[in-house]
Design a protein. Structure first.
Length: 352
């Protein structure tokens, strides 16, 4: 199964002989380059630039449960074509709403934030192994302070998230500041990075990081939808109109995936000035930068394997299982429901 990333302007995706056909016109030679792929080999189709897709191609994608996603300039999903039927029972959504108003939400938010901040501390510990001589004391101090914040989050008690939301945001923000200060300190001075910036990115590192988070948003949203969880009913992030609160809650432990890939690209000197364009007050990834990031990030997410609950799984596979376990917890079911189902069955179970 493959993902089709369309990052060339003017690309046209349509159907020929019951297969997807991509058509791209070479601006210089005027030659039309064509590529065909069978629907059963496609997992998702992702548009990152101005391109076109026929309604016939959309229909074929829907019939084969192929996710069609449109990303904005930061890689964040603007929208997606999905089957009109719900992917699971509405009982999960009802229980999700109930949980958002009681102590269950507190337990999950604390768990996700502890995982997020703990992952940040562990990443710095891993970096310290190869930098102990030059940055050992500096890293040890940051790691200790971030680890203490995990303990602070874990100790908080409350009946509802609203009672502790500001405190949690403060602890999360402090951890993030310490963490990104440390990454900035370790990066080559060729790429100045003074902390997080989003719209626009103030430097190349943030431009890469923002786009990686955007890709991760689309992956997490897909995992939630497949598991039957409503991306809009969150526990801590605000419940504004059209705001995917649960997506931003659930994604926290997995942000480390984006951080890791982007930092490694920079530290390995695979990034140069040709990968970003200067825009008003900031930087943006260009076609070459997106291609570099997408190739490495998708391999990291969907090809490389990690140990997860005594199994060797891809990172996306493990994320999907986590989403199903969360759904089962909302239903009050035992985790054996997941354990009696093969991990391949869960990932393949995308049909409504």
């Amino acid at each position: 199964m493959q993902e089709i990333y369309i990052n060339t302007r003017g690309t046209y995706l349509h159907i020929k002989d019951k297969m997807f056909e991509l058509r791209v016109k070479n601006v210089e030679t005027k030659e039309v380059i064509k590529r065909t792929v069978a629907a059963h080999k496609v997992k998702s189709i992702i548009f990152t630039v101005n391109a076109a897709m026929s309604t016939e191609a959309i229909a074929l994608a829907l019939k084969n449960n192929i996710d069609v996603i449109l990303l904005d300039g930061l890689g964040k999903p603007l929208g997606r074509f999905w089957h009109s039927k719900l992917g699971s029972t509405t009982v999960i959504r009802k229980q999700q709403l109930k949980a958002s108003l009681n102590n269950m939400a507190v337990l999950w938010i604390k768990k996700w934030l502890c995982q997020k901040i703990g992952n940040q501390a562990q990443f710095l510990k891993d970096l310290k192994k190869h930098r102990a001589e030059k940055h050992g004391d500096f890293l040890a101090d940051k790691i200790e302070r971030i680890t203490n914040l995990v303990n602070s989050v874990d100790k908080i008690e409350a009946s509802t998230v609203d009672d502790i939301a500001e405190t949690l945001r403060g602890l999360e923000g402090t951890a993030g500041r310490l963490y990104f200060e440390t990454l900035s300190h370790l990066l080559a001075k060729t790429y100045p990075f003074k902390g997080r910036s989003m719209r626009p990115a103030k430097d190349s590192f943030n431009a890469f990081l923002n786009y990686a988070y955007g890709i991760l948003y689309s992956k997490v949203e897909k995992a939630l939808i497949i598991a039957g969880i409503d991306p809009y009913i969150g526990f801590m992030h605000r419940d504004d109109y059209n705001y995917k609160s649960m997506l931003y809650d659930f994604i926290e432990p997995y942000r480390i995936y984006a951080d890791t890939v982007v930092f490694k690209l920079f530290s390995a000197k695979k990034v140069n000035k040709s990968h970003t364009d200067e825009i008003a007050n900031g930087f943006s990834l260009n076609k070459d930068g997106k291609e570099l990031l997408v190739n490495h990030f998708l391999k990291y997410l969907e090809e490389d394997k990690i140990k997860h609950n005594r199994r060797l799984l891809t990172r996306f596979h493990s994320l999907q299982l986590d989403a199903h376990r969360f759904a089962n917890e909302l239903l009050g079911q035992d985790n054996k429901v997941i354990d009696n189902t093969t991990s391949d069955d869960i990932l393949d179970n995308t049909k409504p």
